[in-house]
Design a protein. Structure first.
Ligand SMILES: Cc1ncc(COP(=O)(O)O)c(C=O)c1O
Length: 380
């Protein structure tokens, strides 16, 4: 059995510490304190203030989209984006089982059910080939959209996830979804700064959603944003996430069921300061990824890198171990030495609330589930 002392020493050396090394710690080296203090001094810490507008404008520019809607977290963003593209209670949504639980949860919050389709080995994200195979077998294309022959339910969206910032093969997926009249919402929670064929992730589907949770490449404590090129959907998104209130100088009237999902100005201030450093973070992480790759190459260990035609943000870096046994030794030895490592998620259909969902064989997802481990990836 392989042992991993050299790996542990290498990681401690590149971070220049033998203290505990987290997977991803935030870096606050810019205007964070300045903007936060300004916000407190202005008293506009909550739902009114200029930083929310500024944050949305910055994200619209970064993702080259037409409209952004800042929300309280990524999960809420995905929930609303799905509703905006037409997901209703009783519908079904195609997604991957190899993901964080927020992805299927956002589907379930709409009263819809996930269908779990396999991922590609190279991207670890939703496989267009597997989606196509599923739809060839179960899809029933009608005037009103695509229906599942097995359940009779409408498949009203497809929710791919860019695992650890590695973009899925979006052109191929889009071609399949267009054929079957299924809109795509990109779960881009982990992929801020990643690109697919020179286009930012999140901007290619009908809508995309990013997370700004404390462990992400850019954080605002907690937060999310919906981006879209469909301005009408963006406007509707703003309205729904701010309690569906009709504009009026002083009257309160809400003409449908909305949400209080608006991002507070305090978080938006932090987000703006962090976004100013995104390019710096991306360069820094790419340099780290290169160092990791050179090191792991010498050990004949697979360090995961971006696929052709894509640019990954290298949010969480990962290695692929030979098998489950070796993975468990790697996890035990690294964590015992205070170098935090973590296995990729268990597949979502193993969780009690999703065990009855329809799914395919998941050959690739199961292969990756047993082998992929995240390693410390913070900006240095
Ligand atoms: C794949 C994925 N989707 C959704 C989310 C949800 O984001 P948030 O934690 O901001 O709700 C996260 C991250 O936390 C994530 O990793």
């Amino acid at each position: 059995m392989k042992h991993f002392k050299d790996t542990i020493t290498f990681i401690q050396d590149i971070y220049k510490t033998k203290e505990f090394l987290p997977l991803h710690a935030p870096t606050f080296g810019g205007n964070e304190k300045k903007y936060l203090l300004e916000t407190i001094d202005s008293t506009f810490v909550s739902s009114v203030g200029t930083y929310v507008d500024q944050f949305e404008a910055m994200m619209t520019a970064i993702t080259k989209t037409k409209k952004s809607v800042a929300v309280v977290n990524g999960t809420a963003g995905i929930q609303v984006a799905l509703r905006l593209v037409g997901v209703k209670s009783g519908d079904e949504v195609i997604t991957q089982a190899l993901t964080f639980v927020a992805t299927p949860n956002a589907i379930a919050y709409n009263g819809a059910t996930p269908i779990f389709i396999d991922v590609d080995i190279d991207t670890m994200g939703l496989s267009s080939k597997a989606v196509s195979q599923f739809l060839e077998e179960f899809g029933d294309l009608r005037e009103e959209g695509c229906f599942n022959k097995k359940t009779g339910k409408k498949i009203s969206a497809c929710l791919p996830m860019h695992t650890f910032g590695f973009p899925v093969h979006l052109d191929e997926l889009k071609a399949v979804c267009d054929t079957w009249k299924i809109p795509i919402v990109e779960d881009a929670a982990e992929s801020l700064g990643s690109e697919y064929k020179n286009q930012p992730t999140g901007s290619i589907g009908e809508m995309g959603v990013f997370s700004f949770n404390g462990n992400k490449i850019v954080t605002c404590g907690g937060g999310g944003i919906i981006v879209t090129n469909n301005e009408n959907l963006g406007i509707k998104g703003k309205y729904l996430t701010t309690t569906a209130k009709l504009p009026h100088a002083y009257e309160f009237y809400h003409d449908e069921l909305g949400y209080n999902f608006r991002m507070p100005n305090l978080n938006a201030a932090l987000a703006c300061a962090q976004l100013e450093q995104l390019d710096l973070f991306l360069v820094n992480k790419r340099a780290l990824a290169l160092e990791y790759k050179s090191f792991f190459d010498t050990l004949y260990m697979k360090f995961r890198t971006e696929t052709p035609d894509t640019k990954a943000n290298y949010w969480l870096m990962c290695v692929e171990l030979e098998n489950l046994e070796e993975r468990d030794v790697f996890l035990a030895e690294t964590n015992a030495s205070k170098v935090m490592t973590r296995p990729i998620w268990q597949l979502m259909y193993r969780l009690p609330m999703y065990q009855y969902c329809q799914r395919d064989e998941q050959l690739n997802a199961r292969f990756l589930e047993e082998r992929i481990v995240n390693i410390p990836s913070s900006v240095r």
